[in-house]
Design a protein around this ligand. Sequence first.
Ligand SMILES: [Ca+2]
Ligand SMILES: [Ca+2]
Ligand SMILES: [Ca+2]
Length: 128
Amino acid sequence: MRFGASLAVAFTLFTTPAWAQRGGIDQFMQMDLNGDGAVSRAEAERVRAAQFDRLDADDDGFLSETERGNGGRAAQGFARADSNNDGRLSRTEAMAAPYRGFDRLDSNNDGSVSSSEIEAVRGLMARQ
Ligand SMILES: [Ca+2]
Ligand SMILES: [Ca+2]
Ligand SMILES: [Ca+2]
């Protein structure tokens, strides 16, 4: 099972051209757990849950500031996801955070980012 996608992918999911050029799309495709060439919302959620568990070092179901680390996009994503502002991120908050990049890549909003949707983004990048 491949849970190697970066935190930025699972939590913040930026889809700027710069992000894509840095290999963001390839990272995104690491979330295709069943290898069918598409990333479903369920796969994105599984990857996010797995990353939450990996970061939750003391297994209390919350990510503290220490556990989530400082700086970087992942930390920013965590800060935004902390909806009750108690400085820690519950599993519920983490799972409820927006899947921005996913939603943006899923251009027909069918809950799955298909290979053709990915190719469309790659095509846009190629023209830039
Ligand atoms: Ca898949
Ligand atoms: Ca914890
Ligand atoms: Ca779609």
